[in-house]
Write a protein that binds this ligand. Structure first.
Ligand code: GMT
Length: 379
């Protein structure tokens, strides 16, 4: 198949998932065209069958806001026509689903009937999509997509309860490449990070409010009071400054390391003992899955789709949003008993294996075939 993938290129779950999906499909022989405004973070080396089309916008003094949607629509029309795409797969509804709808209408006037699939990732429904300035467009573009997927059953449920949806939504969970994300021996690295055998606690996100990164710091402070430990904060974002101030107030600055946006996350996860994800809202929790694949148990909130990934009492624990006390207590429970810790590590890996890319990719391929067949029958 000749597949166009539209996504955000930034350090966020939807862009990561879209890029890994495209790379996986290309490895299976499909031709994959990424269409976005910047090279996606995880599209960082040459790969056979992968093409990249950058959307450029024209500046004009009249524009206070550059009309990216229009530029992306024009680029989609161009790529669909000239690269002869069979299908478009857009990740994150805003604005991608509406843009794909518009491109489809333009292409119809040129005799091309291109189907498009929208994958809902989370905040495009829960936090941003339901805002009055976006909601009617999100609802319309979901209902007018040829296919719609959500990354968890919970997100599907939330979409159906938030909007008036007349379209079947298929859950296709996030996936993981277990060849890349696996526990490797990084003892030298662990010695550098935790020279006195401290426990290594890790958090990865884009440090937005929804991630409740201040809870991460407060949970860690309690763990640190109970045992020697160090916290790795991976990623970056708007909450960073507040977090540093909180660390100063709690006098734990020397125990918290801000590592920024890292590429080789699996190497840091390989030296981690526990992963924290106290999010306010989380449709799936791809970062938690990456940790679990590296045999790192997870203490998380029970928000959104997290219970579909992190299994209570097996791969980690799920606590109410904001319950820092409970999350710290559960973390200490796991970390203070070697044999229990080992059981959680094994369970985490076993659970991650359920989401192996090898199992999920064929589901996307079959779904593409199904949508293509429907569109061909209609035309
Ligand atoms: O919020 C983020 O971290 C980024 C966000 C996105 O849409 O880019 O991630 C969402 O998509 C991921 C991949 O499907 C999911 O694993 C995350 O749970 C989801 N984030 C939220 O729902 C907050």
């Amino acid at each position: 198949m000749n597949i166009g993938i539209v996504c955000y290129p930034t350090y966020g779950g939807s862009g990561v998932l879209a890029t890994e999906l495209g790379k996986g499909l290309a490895q299976k022989g499909h031709k994959v065209h990424f269409i976005t405004y910047r090279q996606p973070t995880r599209l960082n080396s040459f790969q056979q069958n992968v093409f990249y089309h950058e959307v450029s916008t024209a500046d004009y003094p009249l524009f206070e806001y550059t009309p990216y949607d229009t530029a992306l629509t024009s680029k989609l029309v161009d790529v669909v026509m000239h690269a002869e795409l069979d299908i478009l797969h857009v990740h994150y509804a805003i604005p991608h689903a509406a843009v794909a709808f518009m491109a489809k209408q333009i292409l119809k006037t040129k005799g091309i009937n291109i189907p498009f699939i929208t994958t809902l990732h989370g905040t495009d429904i829960t936090l941003v999509g339901n805002h009055s300035s976006f909601a009617p467009v999100v609802e319309f573009s979901i209902n007018n997509s040829d296919g719609v997927t959500a990354v968890s059953d919970n997100l599907k449920k939330q979409t159906l309860s938030t909007f008036n949806i007349n379209k079947e939504i298929k859950t296709i969970h996030n996936f993981i490449d277990l060849k890349r994300f696996q526990k490797t021996n990084k003892d030298h690295f662990k010695k550098a990070i935790a020279p006195d055998g401290e426990k290594v606690i890790t958090h990865v996100s884009n440090f937005r409010k929804v991630k409740r990164t201040d809870d991460v710091i407060r949970i860690f402070q309690k763990i640190h009071q109970a045992m020697p430990s160090t916290l790795l904060m991976i990623g970056d974002g708007p909450e960073r400054q507040n977090l540093e101030e909180l660390c100063r107030t709690l006098h734990i600055c020397d125990k918290v390391r801000y590592l920024g946006k890292q590429d080789a996350i699996e190497e840091l996860l390989a030296v981690s003992d526990l992963f924290l994800m106290p999010s306010e809202s989380e449709s799936f929790g791809l970062a938690a899955l990456e940790a679990m694949a590296c045999e790192v148990p997870v203490v998380s909130s029970n928000a959104g789709g997290l219970p579909e990934v992190n299994i209570e009492g097996q791969t980690g624990y799920l606590c109410d949003v904001g319950d820092v006390e409970a999350m710290a207590k559960r973390s200490i429970e796991i970390l203070s008993d070697e044999s229990r810790h080992q059981v959680f590590k094994n369970n985490a890996l076993a659970q991650a294996e359920q989401f192996d890319i090898q199992n999920i990719l064929p589901i996307y391929e079959e779904y593409y075939e199904e949508i293509l067949a429907g569109v061909t029958a209609d035309s």
